[in-house]
Write a protein that binds this ligand. Sequence first.
Ligand code: TYM
Length: 332
Amino acid sequence: MTRIFSGVKPTGHLTLGNYLGAVRRWAQSDQHRADALFCIVDLHALTVEHDPARVRRLSRQAATLLLAAGLDPEVCTVFVQSHVDEHTRLSYVLECTATDGEMRRMVQYKEKAALEQRRGGSVRLSLLTYPVLMAADILAYGTDEVPVGDDQAQHVELTRDLAVRFNQRYGHTFVVPKAVHPPVAARVMNLQDPGSKMGKSDDVSSGIVYLLDEPDVVRRKVLRAVTDSGREVEYDRQAKPGVANLLEILAACTGQEPGALAGRYDSYGALKKDTAEAVVELLRPLQARHAELCADPGYVDGVLRAGAERARGLARPRVDAAYRGVGLLLPG
Ligand code: TYM
């Protein structure tokens, strides 16, 4: 059976980008067609300046939202990264396979390191080695497919390179995984800055729709989205990135083609209004389920406990094999 692994980082409240780019497909398709594991990657949240209490809160919130989005613990595995030691065990061994140059070429590293410096902070070593931990997340489970938004493509490429290199040097140990991206909304852009990705830890939150935003907040953010010069509603990412982003969001919410939708609108205002309502309707059931789950934190804890136990059992033999492969003496 195909094995799927993916993750979400608790560095901020989950966004419409996370949902359309990843989580929705995990719930609607991936968990039903494969043996799927979905992970709250809390260790990755420590790679930038963070508030410990907030990371803990956001980890629980992300887990609750994944369940609210429809992940069913009866058919898939939902767990927290730091509950399964195998990730950090394997990460170190993979650091001994990766090179410094490879890490420094990662676009997200360059962007995030520059941002930390602009904010007056220093760059943590773990930010540089972040992609190796991510590779460990994926490779520990013999993952075939990694369903992610476009922004993670380079990290999954690196994971493939490390798997191939490790297998060549130390004998076949890892499955070489591939990234899979959604057909639309693989990169939802910030409504106030359609040249940049809608990221959960961005500074300007007026351009970010959070999954738990109240309907009126969603409407306000979408109606105030930056659009482009001219008046024609056209689907052209280069010439009209703001309008194209709205069309893609509307298309992803309604299951239609962005190009076909463009022909139906003769004003930006009408497009914004329909997009706002489509997003409100998309989020309504998820928010209702989230509220129900919040009333039962014991249930979420139980799901995470069982998820970690299953994940540990799956990862352990492959991580042990990697240890043996590189020459470590396992305890007898
Ligand atoms: P993270 O937490 O930034 O995002 C979680 C998922 O949401 C997707 N995504 C988007 N998709 C479309 N438009 C957007 N604006 C948008 N923003 C985010 C991301 O592509 C991702 O699929 N490094 C990962 C977490 C991770 C991981 C892993 C993922 C750690 N280990 C192993 C897969 C497998 C990250 O920061 O995702």
